[in-house]
Design a binder for this molecule. Sequence first.
Ligand code: SAM
Ligand code: SF4
Length: 348
Amino acid sequence: MNNKEIIEKAKTSHILSKEQLVSILADKNISSFLFKSADEVRQQFVGDEVHLRGLIEFSNICRCNCFYCGLRKDNNNIKRYRLEAEKIINIAKTAKAYGYKTVVLQSGEDAFFNTDKMTEIIKAIKQLNLAVTLSLGEKTKEEYKAYKEAGADRYLLRIETTDKSLYTKLHPNMSFDNRVQCLYNLKELGYEVGTGCLVGLPQQTIEMLADDILFFKELDADMIGLGPFIPSPDTPLKKEKGGTLDISLKVMALTRILLPDINIPATTAMETLDYNGRIMALQSGANVVMPDVTEETYKKMYSIYPGKAGLNNTPEEYKKNITLKIEKLGRTISNGYGFHTRRQNSSL
Ligand code: SAM
Ligand code: SF4
């Protein structure tokens, strides 16, 4: 079978071997066929609705030193901030006023937000009848349990790369096994679990990317967020090449084909590489957009990588623009919470 035939078959079986994934990822002439196929699977399984989730970046303080990230602890060239609980809750109220049904609370691994502080914030936001997604990094199972009991619905924790040796090189003082354990703990606690990877990391091969996709399937993830690695100044990887939009979209499209009914965001990193990156992603398997609702001063300081898309728009402008673009594609903005259709374990 050639790659087109392999993809055609996978559209109904949702199975691909590592060898088949590698062959497709290596194929320079398959992108448009692959993207179209993923778009068809997306339409068949999750329909034409796009779910908007309001992203609140509430602290850029981090105890970790991930080699690729501008927020890493050893970067002394960024101004650090953390928002007060009241401010975070007010931003969630604004997100609700924009019509968002979910807020995503994201931060560096900031110990200031201990269990009591986090649960207080989660409970207050749940009073607004919003779904809450957390993206706070690695925590103990007890902490994850407390957030869940406070009402958190989903958790995003990218595995970043499933190659243990590459993971270890890029994450000083962190453990690959612990990261995997965190994902299984989250699943056991009843979260909708999101993971994903960085595409184009130094020394990453397409075999590793194929393993990443198979890991997503094995975990039976509810969401997959992935995007290109974009070199960030003031990090050890500042001189590296970074990932391309094409290979990122290929990994995303293959993920849609293998996990047909999950939620897949068109990520900011994709839009950062190409003005049309998010729209291309929405046409290649994605069904979620996470507009940044953080105030301008702070979202500029949340500088994971340079040139982050959307920095020069107010949340209001961004919502208007993305709505127009989505409608132009013949798609609609969802009025629902956008839970993983197969599971629907919402507390709302
Ligand atoms: N601290 C939490 C964590 O690491 O899970 C959440 C915040 S962290 C900034 C969110 C994501 O940003 C990470 O999972 C990583 O994949 C992504 N990221 C960090 N540096 C990046 C870079 N240089 N290019 C693209 N994405 C990057
Ligand atoms: Fe911290 Fe997350 Fe950045 Fe790693 S990726 S340095 S954990 S903010």
